[in-house]
Ligand binder design. Sequence first.
Ligand code: FAD
Length: 471
Amino acid sequence: MRGRARLIRKASDAVRDSAPVLHWMRREFRCSDNPGLLFARELAASGKAPLGVVICLPETKELPGLRQLRFLLDGLPPLETRLRELGIPLFLRIGPPADELGKLLRETGAGTLTTDFDPLRPAQNHVQRLCSLTDAAIWEVDSRNIVPCWLASDKKEYMARTIRPKIHRRLPEFLLEPPRLLPAPKPWPGPVPHTDWARALTHAATAYPAPPVNWILPADRNTLPGEDEAQRRLRDFCTHRLHGYALNRNDPVKDASSRLSPWLHFGFLSSLRAALAVIDHPADWPDARDDKDALLEELIVRRELSDNFCLYEPGYDSLDACANWARATLDKHRDDRRAFLYDRDALEQGRTHQPLWNAAQRQLVDTGFLHGYMRMYWAKKILEWSASPEEALATVIALNDRWSLDGMDSNGYAGAAWSVCGVHDRGWAERPVYGTIRYMNSNGARRKFDATEYVRCHAGPEQAEQFAVRR
Ligand code: FAD
């Protein structure tokens, strides 16, 4: 696993090899197929040291929404049980991560901390601050990308076409069956913590006094978290929806995509496991190769391009991310008259003149998920109907992060930047407001799929009727 790890801070001379190793889970919440945890176990084995895991819930202002937090927290008790069976205690901390981690390292005498690579700003800031608070060695392990992000490329890639060959070249080194996690090499020396999940849930709830009812998602198959559910969904996708994926994945009514993103986002599932399952799935239909290639392109190339974008573009959530051509065209058209102008509240409540857009917003709020094609359409219209591109980008990010179960993800920041800032795209025909940023409209949606049926499903028959008659 060393090939996926990089040393962020060397241990001070005083640190003993046999001091406990702690693995800080902050992006990849799973026991199996977890390179960070496997690497921590390797370090513990080489120093004949005990191994523990820590999860830290940050302060209120950094928490995702309540629906996302519930999804995460409900998936953790089975993880704790699995770790305990391997002699690995789980410490749950609540508070500013660097301070909490610094304290825990001192209390336990741990000499090494391993943690998940995460290019997003809050995560990078926590690690930087922690470096100044501890004597322990700190390692970052890329457990999200199949090819570790910093090895795939050392610069911000222009588009999928430029990163694809770099990733494909290194896949033979990294697209390999990971080993099983073995028990901790040595028992934990001090008292083993008893996690107070009720307190964690209370913390989550008090962070959001009087949340609107729809912040909590109804309990159904699509809101069951955890590793077991992730594996079940992966099997279900391979058995029932991999066949036809290439042809149908862009049809929001057929809903033929994998719908794995919330489980991938929280790391209940590794993309490596998903890729291996797809590759190994016995497929006897004529276009099986196309279906598998299409899924692997999204799961590996597109997904890993997003982490590349967030790692090498400090302004990943602002107009600073624009290429020169995109910035120039947005500036040229910033004073264009908008045929419709909506503020964030009107958009959030799905109160626009357009039933197709309202249906997308409803799907997002009611289910915590928005189909990939509709995410693009939804964000493009926010650009068209906002007072400025800055306001549009901020609204896309705010609504996506608040309502999507998979929000606050590098995929989301890259998707928002693609839609509003032309990132990973090229210039198209010039038109008002958009300039040469790619345009999308409801006629395009009608040509691609049964858009009226989509409106009926998510916004009801009245809106569907309006949509059907208005062209
Ligand atoms: P599938 O088509 O089954 O693809 C499998 C996996 O590949 C996905 O789960 C995802 O991890 C990855 N993937 C697919 N499409 C993309 C893509 N375009 N870019 C990067 N990775 C991709 N994705 C998120 O995970 N979280 C977000 O918050 C998010 N917000 C988005 C916002 C906008 C405005 C846009 C345009 C895209 C956003 N995406 C986001 C990317 C993409 O739309 C979703 O990953 C995808 O729709 C998830 O559905 P699925 O799991 O059925 O995907």
